[in-house]
Design a protein around this ligand. Structure first.
Ligand code: SF4
Length: 178
């Protein structure tokens, strides 16, 4: 599979912006992990796809260094104002929907892919963490942040905007391809 084919799939799945991802630009930062540990999203130590369940920074690094390239995918939505939470939720839902659609396609067309999404894994209503193994390791998805990525840095280093102006919101994810 080449980048053009991947980009076509991403657009068909509904993403608004894409960019070729050079995996050598990815840096995994302890500071991002520290943000997870502050547990603002209440998923720290509560989900197999989030820290510490998704592995140490070193283990995440070992996984991503098997990849040379991939694709960054974004959904940019318009907001009525900075308090338009409904608009934010709608854009987030559209982004998750596109992500799941694309991942389903790539399960067949790029079986060695590593999908890294937005937010915690929500495949199950209640995650089995930490009492039992993950129910669906093939479907479970960690976020870019859970792996220690600073999304703005990854976007910048791959010539993809992250901020599209006031009145917009952008959600970003990526797929690493073997
Ligand atoms: S697939 Fe289910 S058990 Fe596995 S990480 Fe996601 S929510 Fe948890």
């Amino acid at each position: 599979m080449n980048y053009q084919e991947l980009e076509t799939i991403a657009k068909e799945c509904g993403f608004t912006h894409t960019a070729l991802l050079d995996c050598s630009t990815i840096r995994l930062l302890p500071e991002v992990r520290a943000m997870c540990a502050s547990d603002k999203c209440h998923q720290y130590d509560a989900n197999w796809a989030c820290p510490p369940g998704c592995g140490t920074l070193e283990e995440c690094e070992e996984r991503i260094r098997k990849y040379q390239w991939g694709i960054l995918v974004q959904t940019v939505g318009e907001l009525e104002d900075s308090l338009d939470f409904e608009g934010m939720k709608e854009t987030e839902a559209a982004h998750k929907d596109s992500f799941l659609k694309m991942d389903k396609i790539l399960q067949k067309q790029a079986p060695g892919r590593l999908p890294l999404g937005t937010g915690c894994c929500s495949v199950c209503k209640n995650c089995t963490y930490p009492d039992a193994p993950c129910r669906f390791p093939e479907k479970s998805v960690s976020s870019m942040e859970a792996y220690g990525m600073l999304v703005t840095q990854v976007c910048q280093d791959n010539r993809l905007s992250y901020y599209y102006g006031s009145g917009t919101i952008a959600y970003t994810a990526c797929f690493l391809i073997q």
